[in-house]
Design a binder for this molecule. Structure first.
Ligand SMILES: NC(=O)c1ccc[n+]([C@@H]2O[C@H](COP(=O)([O-])OP(=O)(O)OC[C@H]3O[C@@H](n4cnc5c(N)ncnc54)[C@H](OP(=O)(O)O)[C@@H]3O)[C@@H](O)[C@H]2O)c1
Length: 344
């Protein structure tokens, strides 16, 4: 389907939504889910002709109900064209980098343009904004025993001082989005995913999958003394649709399954896939082992979301990396498909 068919679509269809950055890791699963649920989807990509977006055209329902629109986050007019005729917007596009120049302006100004465009077209019922755990946990003053929930915010000065420009950009973009939406009278709901893993639809390896791949392909010789919260990409897509569809949804929704130390991650990976050169030693032999913090996913569970166990997501991440040719299949794995159940 092309943008030229739009009049027909919007005339006949009441469930049209826009997904920005449609070809990305999370957005591809979101587009898939929305198409399965009968929505017409206008997906923005920077280059609709790039073969890296072919997986979107291959999705069930794409031929009939997916329109790819060319739009950069810094191009208000292109965003507005993409949002025209939509009742909902899922704003997932964002640079994912710690380069301050590449990160901050597209994240912040792009989000403002999306909100302005949604307000200007006048048909949008709700925007769902994909923020991040990076806007939540970067706070050196949070006590270890505090349960991280939607009231927590990253400390912008600390993000700057530690050059965490991704977290800084996401936190500033989220704060600005809330303000802009209020000013423009737009209903905005925020999803804050933690590190996202699970199978890939897109052909390329995104940053959060690289976090796992480096433990399998020999590039990480040791694991760090660090903890991280994880969630499955299919649950993140579900979370977006649930907060969009639930009339009563409002504010922020932390999207997290569990918090693991890196040692737990490599242990699970090695149990399933012992044939890979998975590190067995920590790079920090001096400091005590970092303790996982507690995080609440109650708000999404209250909307009916059931989270995939992290060991299952890790298993499926690796299978997907093998299937997509990012990891060689070294030898028949000594596992059976439900083995992950035994690890929890
Ligand atoms: N993956 C995670 O662990 C994680 C966790 C928390 C939050 N998030 C958030 O989830 C969203 C999606 O992340 P992802 O992991 O799916 O990353 P991804 O695969 O790298 O996707 C990012 C998308 O943003 C688009 N994009 C980047 N800069 C753009 C620009 N200037 N103009 C237009 N589009 C632009 C990219 O488009 P192109 O294809 O044209 O490059 C790509 O489609 C982001 O907002 C990210 O901050 C991700």
């Amino acid at each position: 389907m092309t943008a030229g068919d739009l009049t027909t679509v919007t005339g006949a269809e009441t469930k049209t939504v826009c997904v920005t950055g449609a070809g990305g890791y999370i957005a591809s699963w979101l587009v898939k889910l929305l198409l399965e649920k009968g929505y017409t989807v206008k997906g923005t990509v920077r280059n609709p002709d790039d073969r890296k977006n072919d997986h979107l055209r291959a999705l069930d329902g794409a031929k009939e109900r997916l329109i790819l629109c060319k739009a950069d986050l810094l191009d208000y007019d292109a965003l507005r064209l993409a949002i025209e005729g939509c009742q909902g917007v899922f704003h997932t596009a964002s640079p994912v980098t710690d380069d301050p120049e590449e990160m901050v302006e597209p994240a912040v100004r792009g989000t403002k343009y999306v909100i302005d465009a949604a307000a200007d077209v006048g048909t949008v019922r709700r925007i769902v904004f994909t923020s991040s755990i990076g806007a939540v946990t970067m706070d050196p003053n949070r006590a270890q025993d505090v349960v991280v929930d939607e009231s927590c915010w990253s400390d912008l000065e600390y993000c700057k001082k530690t050059k965490n420009w991704y977290c800084y950009g996401k936190a500033v973009a989220e704060k600005a989005a809330v303000e802009d939406a209020k000013e423009r009278g737009i209903d905005l709901v925020v999803v804050n995913p933690v590190l996202v893993i699970g199978p890939l639809l897109q052909p390329t390896v995104n940053a959060s999958i690289m976090h796992i791949l480096k433990y399998l392909d020999g590039s990480a010789k040791k694991y760090t003394n660090a903890v991280q919260a994880y969630v499955d990409v299919r649950d993140v897509a579900q979370a977006h649709v649930r907060v969009y569809e639930a009339e009563e949804a409002s504010g922020r929704y932390l999207c997290a399954e569990s918090v693991l130390h890196r040692e737990d991650v490599v242990r699970i990976l090695a149990k399933f896939f012992p044939e890979y050169p998975i590190p067995t030693k920590c790079s920090d032999e001096v400091n005590p082992r970092k303790q996982p913090y507690k995080i609440s996913n109650k708000r999404l569970r209250d909307l009916g979301l059931e989270f995939t166990p992290v060991s299952e997501s890790l298993y499926e991440t690796v299978k997907s990396l093998q299937e997509k040719g990012h990891l060689p299949i070294l030898s028949p794995s000594n596992h059976f498909s439900a083995n992950y159940m035994l690890l929890d």
